[in-house]
Design a protein around this ligand. Structure first.
Ligand SMILES: [Mg+2]
Length: 187
């Protein structure tokens, strides 16, 4: 299978780190708790507010370096590859905030020993990429991405996160990488 995998909140614990930064820097950037209140929108990549934009522009690279990979992400990805699957890492991270997103992600993945077949950055809407790369299964924490892909007949599994956990969806959910591996075996 060609398996697409998102980075933030799928391979990594991004919302935890973004939240820490929002709390830490809120009073530096505003007086109305705007960063704290915008935490979810920042994670989703909706940076439509000047203050939020400035904050993210200043800290995106530090946040990106502080983020840790989730337990067993590396091991499960290696196992999937050894079983003949191709791993496509598909992320919305773009040059807008990361200068050279492709290089930034490559270096991060290398540092964290995440092996893959292809890395595709700058993909806010993943549907076209998934079609072009003939992705059979996409793993993501964004409900709308998973639902949109499912409508196009692409299999999806949703990685649970603080942000999506209370939202309703018919997409199959998993809590961790071992559970994800088992779900893939049952497809
Ligand atoms: Mg994500």
């Amino acid at each position: 299978m060609n398996i697409g995998i998102d980075i933030d909140d799928t391979i990594t614990n991004s919302s935890e780190v973004v939240k820490e930064y929002c709390y830490k820097y809120d009073s530096v950037y505003c007086t109305d708790n705007r960063l704290i209140k915008s935490f979810e929108r920042i994670i989703r990549g909706f940076l439509d507010d000047d203050v939020v934009k400035r904050f993210f522009n200043d800290h995106a690279r530090n946040i990106g370096n502080d983020i840790k990979t989730k337990e067993n992400a590396k091991e499960v990805i290696d196992k999937l590859r050894s079983e003949g699957n191709k791993i496509f890492i598909i992320t919305a991270r773009s040059d807008k905030f990361y200068e050279n997103a492709q290089k930034f992600c490559e270096e991060y993945l290398k540092r964290n020993n995440i092996n893959y077949d292809k890395l595709i950055t700058g993909q806010t809407f993943k549907i076209e990429t998934c079609k072009n790369e003939k992705i059979d299964l996409m793993i993501d924490d964004a409900i709308d991405t998973c639902e949109e892909l499912a409508r196009e007949g692409i299999k999806t599994i949703l990685f649970n996160s603080e942000i999506n956990i209370n939202k309703e969806t018919s997409v199959k959910r998993v809590n961790n990488w071992n559970q994800l591996y088992n779900e893939i075996q049952n497809l």
